[in-house]
Design a protein around this ligand. Structure first.
Ligand SMILES: Nc1ncnc2c1ncn2[C@@H]1O[C@H](COP(=O)(O)OP(=O)(O)OP(=O)(O)O)[C@@H](O)[C@H]1O
Length: 370
């Protein structure tokens, strides 16, 4: 059997989306072209834009670095790509994956900035684990703190947009997870290829006004179009299957860390992942069907939960990040941690830490100046 694209190459796989048999070269090229197409169709980036790439060292973000770097050059997109990595402080996991990020920063000549939970919040994930307890999932803490850390990372490198390696399987998992939890208010956001900045001009003006009188935010009024917490997040791999990402990084022998997070086994996401794995064995189109279904679901107004309601957004009274409540989720979680932590000597002022990190340049682990 010959490659369905070039007609001559030796077939190495059948594409997930249409079962078309393709050779290695055509697979790599088609994969890159499809990501480029998704970027162009959704107008994800502007020319010369500083784009942060959330780099975890895992296969998805490693693949994203390679693909964005490749198509940026091939199609003269003129993007200024920079890496932001968050060190959550998970011994035996994140320290190893950060080594891969550092290696890739050198390989692609991209500047890298690392932001650590310990410096930002006063706790590593391992310390949070000790406070929260072994049996409970830590994914909420990790996810909420990481989002804030990535926003702060963007601020430090001057990026007003961040690209993340979420793929179609991740999105389908999140859709299922939200359904399993009955948390349908989040469905719309889950499936967006670009999220964060989709607020009305009136609301943006209101938030910008709030920034002017917020002690922690006033200095950013003239510098930022969006308040903190609204940095647009884009998912160029929204339509890429995980299995093809694995093959892509395998064929190109990219350097990534493949071990699962220490805390993953007790995560709720695990149920959705198992369900999806079993369903996929029956029909591989299930993943994209879930993504497309999620895209088309729209909540009736009476069911929209408050978390999904952008019109009620304000600035967290403590740290100044956008929030639907008086205190943002990260400040609430931090307060709870401090309350539950018998060893904590005093309340840590979250905004003092955020402000400290923002105003003092962290030593960049590797700045190759590319
Ligand atoms: N510690 C981190 N630092 C920077 N970005 C991160 C970090 N963790 C996750 N991300 C970003 O968020 C995306 C989704 O992460 P998540 O852990 O949910 O999925 P993943 O499939 O394990 O991704 P990856 O294979 O890239 O680790 C990653 O692809 C990356 O872009």
């Amino acid at each position: 059997m010959k490659c369905a694209v070039c007609g001559t190459g030796r077939v190495i796989l059948k594409r997930m989306k249409n079962q078309e048999p393709v050779c290695k070269e055509c697979f790599l090229r088609c994969f890159e072209d499809e990501v480029y197409e998704a970027i162009v169709q959704s107008n994800l980036f502007k020319k010369k834009e500083i784009v942060a790439i959330g780099a975890s060292g895992g296969k998805d973000s490693t693949c994203l670095i390679h693909v964005l770097h490749t198509i940026n050059q091939r199609y003269q997109m003129e993007l200024d790509l920079r890496l932001v990595a968050v060190d959550e402080g998970i011994a035996g996991y994140r320290n190893h994956s950060l080594n891969c990020v550092e290696e890739n920063a050198k390989i692609y000549g991209l500047p890298l900035t690392i932001i650590s939970f310990k410096e930002l919040f006063g706790y590593t994930m391992d310390e949070i684990n000790a406070v929260v307890g072994e049996k409970k999932s830590k994914c909420t803490h990790c996810g909420v703190f990481r989002r804030k850390a990535l926003d702060i990372g963007c601020e430090k490198i001057g990026a007003e947009i961040i690209a993340l390696g979420h793929n179609a399987d991740d999105i389908a998992e999140t859709v299922l997870m939200n359904l399993f939890r009955g948390d349908v208010g989040r469905l719309e956001r889950t499936c967006e290829i670009r999220s964060g900045s989709d607020i009305t001009p009136d609301l943006l003006t209101k938030l910008q006004e709030e920034m002017k009188s917020h002690p922690a935010m006033v200095e950013y009024v003239d510098q930022r179009q969006y308040p903190f917490g609204l940095t647009p997040k884009v998912k160029p791999f929204k339509y890429a299957y995980q299995r093809e990402i694995v093959l892509y990084v395998h064929y190109l022998q990219l350097k990534y860390f493949s071990v699962e997070c220490t805390y993953a086994p007790v995560s709720f996401r695990g149920y959705a992942r198992q369900f999806l794995l079993k369903s996929q064995a029956i029909d591989s189109s299930i993943i994209m069907n879930i993504v497309h279904s999620g895209e088309r679901m729209k909540l009736m107004p009476q069911f929209a939960n408050r978390a999904g309601d952008k019109s009620i957004m304000k600035l967290c009274t403590r740290c100044g990040f956008v929030s639907s409540q008086h205190l943002c989720q990260s400040c609430l979680l931090l307060d709870q941690l401090i309350r539950d932590d018998p060893a904590h000597p005093q309340n840590i002022d979250c905004i003092a830490r955020s402000a400290h990190v923002l105003s003092n340049p962290l030593p960049d682990i590797e700045d190759t100046g590319g």
